[in-house]
Ligand binder design. Structure first.
Ligand code: FES
Length: 88
């Protein structure tokens, strides 16, 4: 199973492939901001993927629109939208 290492606490959680990144974090009691409640409107849930970005799903049109507007680099993703992890 895929693991997520959360910084700065170095907490390691098991990632369930049918959950978004945000859902995985919150279900493991990792505090994470999600001002719009996971609707893809606020960008406060953004995460930086330091390793394993190839294991993440493709960027959605919603993420692309926000990334272009806010000038995110490719390794910054919205935890609430498209980070369902692909099976290894
Ligand atoms: S929680 Fe608002 S964009 Fe993800």
């Amino acid at each position: 199973m895929t693991k997520i290492t959360c910084f700065p606490d170095n907490k390691i959680i098991e990632a369930h492939p049918n959950k978004t990144f945000l859902e995985n974090l919150l279900s493991e009691d990792v505090p994470h901001t999600d001002v719009c409640g996971g609707q893809g409107n606020c960008s406060t849930c953004r995460v930086m993927i330091l390793e394993g970005i190839d294991n993440c799903s493709k960027v959605t049109p919603l993420e692309i629109a926000l990334a272009e507007r806010l000038d995110f680099p490719f390794h910054v993703r919205l935890a609430c939208q498209s980070l369902k992890l692909l099976p290894e």
